[in-house]
Design a protein around this ligand. Structure first.
Ligand code: ARG
Length: 590
């Protein structure tokens, strides 16, 4: 109802203007969705703050505003007579025929009433971003799932989105990895083909152990870092092999989750790092402290009360994670073709990196690297915990591998499904079972993550995420299946040209819920909180189920039938589109 609320807002403003032309104060209607359904659709609270400056009772002010509203034919076309409540709230109810007309419009609109933005501008979503040769862990999974959903919402709104995988593919750890590789798999360096280096996580552990235990290995590793940075071809080849191997492993996870990402790792920014130092020097922000070059932050002190630095170049000349991020900011905001031309850059990482980003953003701001009006945002999320509230571990106490986690979700979904089929005495093909279990299992993992307020820590529980009741993926998927079932039982969901008419309160509740979709999407786009979309879809499913349980649909009188089928169809379309924006596929049967 975004467009309706926008018209309403304009009408209210004009009415206030007419009511108090002399008023020397800002006239803001303070329009908001009604706090309870019995108050109508919207409430305008703007009379209250005017009481003092106008020296009038707020109810009196509200009365005058309402008189002006009622004199505006555009308003009376849109709303029933406003009610003044409490100290001076104006309750507004949209005319039922306007709501019905809005439903009709959406039925014929594949965007379901969500407009594409008129000011489309490139947005970078930096997400997933695991580290080469290290494990992609549950934190990266959260980033992957949340980042993908934000990217989908932004894309749907019409922004060109760059989905960037800022993989950790550079740094001193490559010294030991390459040294180890040269010793254990020298043949890999001789061939032109892709070589399977096996489990890189184990490989990393071996290399690390040797590095810690063996001094000679340590010094060779340090030399190796220098060689790599100097562009030695053999070292570069070894580095490339390690990156390829990791990439293949990561890609398996992305494929399973249906996630698209463009890799642009830390190494991409190497040529731009000296420019960061020069730029900071030119901006007179650079300070040399104990041989290291840094920028001292404003308003951020350490325990000793002194300002904290962002170190951009170590005393040995090496650059840091923060330096790369500064180079990345310049590149992302930079004009094409030497940059991405972005207007908004969003980073999806665990909340533990909040200080890192706050520091980097401040330095970029002070250096003048953020264009006017451009946005730089950290989208933090909490830790993934086991059901015991501690760090997520396997029963044996090891870290959970993502592959195993996804497998287990699908296996459990399959077990649940088989027992349900047995109970319902249904027989289904093996292909059906695999397809449904695969969809439900992955949907459950994604939805459980997305439906939490991302800032809080999140307790991972297979039982909870796979439950058929509650705010879960299976519950939502089931609502879609129910509607698909109506069509199978002969309901013509495709008919569009019905003159819609509603009479039952359950119908109106569903109409009003359906019409909130556009505002929810706009809110997710602005605030980057996918859980808002989840809560909405859950609420919609509940309102739909109430409607479907309490109001006859297929057995309705002919006049009511078409309108009710239209509501069913718009509900299914909204759920499918909404779940799609969360990266979740739906089913027709389950
Ligand atoms: N590789 C980092 C990690 O695993 C995340 C990188 C996030 N993106 C960035 N531009 N710093 O924690």
């Amino acid at each position: 109802m975004l467009s309706l609320s926008q018209s309403l807002d304009a009408q209210l403003r004009a009415a206030m203007q007419r009511a108090f032309p002399e008023a020397d104060v800002g006239l803001d209607p303070q329009l908001a969705p009604a706090s309870k359904p019995e108050f109508g659709d919207f409430q305008a609270n703007g009379a209250l703050p005017l009481a003092k400056p106008l020296r009038q009772a707020p109810r009196q002010i509200a009365t005058v505003i309402v008189e002006q509203l009622q004199a505006d034919p555009a308003f009376t076309d849109l709303c029933l007579e406003p009610q003044i409540a409490g100290p001076g709230f104006i309750n507004l109810t949209i005319r039922p025929e306007r709501l019905a007309a809005e439903v009709s419009t959406r039925l014929g609109d594949e965007r379901l009433g969500v407009p594409a933005v008129s000011n489309a501008a490139p947005v970078v979503v930096d997400f997933s971003s695991p580290n080469i040769a290290k494990e992609m862990h549950v934190g990266h999974l959260r980033s992957t799932i949340i980042g993908d959903s934000l990217a989908r919402v932004l894309e749907f709104r019409g922004h060109p989105v760059l989905r960037l995988n800022h993989v950790g593919d550079w740094g001193t750890q490559f010294g030991m990895l390459i040294t180890h590789l040269k010793q254990v798999a020298p043949e890999a360096l001789e061939t032109a083909d892709a070589v399977d280096l096996g489990d890189l996580v184990a490989f990393y552990r071996e290399a690390k152990k040797r590095f810690d235990d063996d001094e000679a290995f340590q010094s060779t590793s340090r030399d190796e870092v220098v060689k790599l940075q100097g562009g030695d071809p053999v070292s570069l080849k070894a580095w490339g092999l390690l990156c390829d191997q990791s990439r293949r492993e990561f890609q398996k996870i992305y494929d399973r989750l249906d996630i698209r990402l463009s890799e642009r790792g830390e190494s991409f920014y190497n040529p731009f790092l000296p420019g960061v130092i020069d730029g900071l020097k030119a901006a007179e922000l650079l300070v040399t402290d104990d041989g290291a070059r840094c920028v001292f932050l404003e308003g951020v002190q350490g325990k000793d009360g002194k300002p904290l630095p962002v170190i951009v170049q170590k005393s040995d000349g090496g650059f840091n994670y923060a330096t790369t991020d500064l180079a990345a900011i310049r590149y992302r905001f930079g004009a094409a073709p030497e940059g991405d031309g972005a207007r908004r850059v969003v980073y999806v990482t665990d909340a533990g990196q909040a200080n890192h980003f706050a520091g980097v953003f401040q330095v970029a701001e002070r250096a003048g690297w953020i264009p006017d009006g451009a946005r730089l945002e950290h989208v933090p999320f909490g830790l993934v915990q086991g059901e015991d509230g501690k760090k997520l571990k396997t029963r044996a106490g090891d870290t959970v591998r993502l592959r195993d986690l996804l497998d287990e979700a699908v296996e459990r979904a399959e077990t649940d499904l088989r027992s349900r089929l047995k109970e319902e005495e249904r027989s289904e093909s093996e292909q059906f079972i695999q397809h449904v279990a695969g969809t439900v299992g992955l949907a459950a993992v994604k939805y459980a993550d997305l439906s939490q307020n991302r800032i809080t820590n999140y307790q991972f529980s297979f039982d909870r995420m796979l439950a058929l009741q509650g705010n879960t993926a299976p519950y939502l998927l089931y609502a879609v299946v129910r509607i698909a079932g109506i069509a199978r039982k002969g309901g013509d969901l495709a008919a569009t040209n019905a003159q819609l008419q509603f009479s039952e309160p359950q119908e109106w509740a569903l109409v009003r819920e359906l019409l909130k979709f556009d505002a929810v999407i706009a809110e997710v786009e602005e605030e980057l909180l996918p859980n808002r979309l989840c809560s909405y879809l859950f609420e919609l499913s509940q309102v739909f189920n109430r409607f479907y349980d309490q109001v006859p649909v297929l057995k309705a009188d002919p006049e009511a039938l078409a309108s009710r089928l239209a509501l069913c169809r718009l509900t299914a379309d909204t759920l499918r589109l909404g779940l799609g924006l969360l990266g979740i596929a739906t089913l027709d049967r389950m």
